[in-house]
Design a protein around this ligand. Sequence first.
Ligand SMILES: Cc1cc2nc3c(=O)[nH]c(=O)nc-3n(C[C@H](O)[C@H](O)[C@H](O)COP(=O)(O)OP(=O)(O)OC[C@H]3O[C@@H](n4cnc5c(N)ncnc54)[C@H](O)[C@@H]3O)c2cc1C
Length: 476
Amino acid sequence: MQAELNRREWMKATGLIAGAWAAGRAGAAEPDASLPQGKGEVVFQRKLAVKYDVDVFIAGGGPAGTAAAVAARSQGASVFLAEAHTCLGGMGTAGRVPVFMPVSDGVNFLPGGYGRQVLDRLSKEKALPGPATDVEALKRVYDALVGESGAAFSFYTTLSDVEARDGHVRYVACSAPGGMFAVKAKVYVDATGNGDLAARAGAAFEKGDGHGRLMPGTLCSVWSGIDWKTWEASRPQGPQPDGHMLEKAFADGVFSVQDRHLTGMHKMGDGLGGGNIGHTFGVDGTDESSLTAALVTGRKSMKEYERYYRGYLKGFENVRLVQTGSLLGVRETRRITGDYVLGVEDYKQRAVFADEIGRYAYAIDIHPQTTDKASYEKHRKEFDQEFRYNKGESYGIPYRILTPRGLDNVLVAGRCVSTDQLVHGSLRVMPGCFITGQAAGVAAAMAAQTGGSVHRLDVKALQGRLKAFGAYLPNA
Ligand SMILES: Cc1cc2nc3c(=O)[nH]c(=O)nc-3n(C[C@H](O)[C@H](O)[C@H](O)COP(=O)(O)OP(=O)(O)OC[C@H]3O[C@@H](n4cnc5c(N)ncnc54)[C@H](O)[C@@H]3O)c2cc1C
């Protein structure tokens, strides 16, 4: 019931989707009833030019897709990457996510290989003014790394459909400003974050917590006019310093939604901050109506946060919103079911796998799905205590979470790999996506070279190639 009330509250706040909750569709808005409603179905048949015939096709150019492209090219495979948006980097650039989560377990550098390449390039560009990243520099770094690898890529290019028979993908269809075209590849890597390619090819998937509840999204943002010195001198100790005045602001009526979880503002340089601020509850990143409503709500809520920061936190008296992300920050959608589902017991045991392709260590970070106090306190307990590792501890990532059951020439990488929801809460962050992305890229190149199924890859050989690429594989 609590979830229902919060969802209703959110729906009301959007002012757009009054009918959606009543209709009971998870995260989706009803078609606008004032428009003439369409009926029935239509079969579209088209001949599409096969524009590319490559070893490896990659859908999506976020942290995982770019890693896959560079890694596949390092093995000599020909690669075409389709990116729907206008830049590489996904959530970390277009979504304006301000910081990289830990790249180390306190002792070892975990996303060795591609993660090292990205960070080295950023340092060279002096683009880590810290802790937040210079997002424009990050876009150029991805352009350069993927471009120099020799992988072909195009923006404004959306993977729209998949032609698959008996678990084998034969072609994909892309839509682009120049019209639709087909791509033929030996192996296909799904790095869309949402698992679009694998799901369209018929892979099974899970979403959310078993009751269909997904983590909320966040419209990340850039702010100017911050007096960092004053803030740093006055900020309280504790888990969310930016949020220490929230209850007062709720009582004062500053906010239309009482969201207790405020990740906060990250220093981006003199006067500038990267904001991971506010949540869009109930959003489903695989539904355009739901995304539209969440973007409208997110943009509206920035004015409320501007009022909060200006009025309640020292050093932010002159803060001003510069820009919000051009993509909504979506934390969670489909998790494609692979040959193995990496679960919380593996996380707790710091598991070691014979087919390990990397190790990671970030705490399980499931943002509260509702606005009540109990959900927030549960999050704090899990994130700060229950799922914290000690220095030097990490969990293994098996190759089998990249191989969707029932598809012989598809690999998944990044946010949509095969985990339970809790482990997704750890592995979903950018360094984790570098690790699964580069492994998918090398594996795809190998499967393309041998012509065999991704399920029967020589895993020892894969690990050898990954080590040569720079991967951290202490158990292989
Ligand atoms: C609000 C928020 C805050 C976060 N904070 C942090 C943080 O502080 N640190 C951290 O390390 N991580 C953070 N994360 C997590 C991290 O940013 C993402 O989980 C990560 O970027 C996922 O990488 P990915 O490559 O799997 O997908 P994405 O980054 O989502 O990239 C997917 C790419 O695929 C493209 N695409 C999607 N569908 C198609 C299609 N059909 N055809 C072609 N292209 C397509 C998209 O345009 C996008 O560029 C945060 C995430 C969110 C949402």
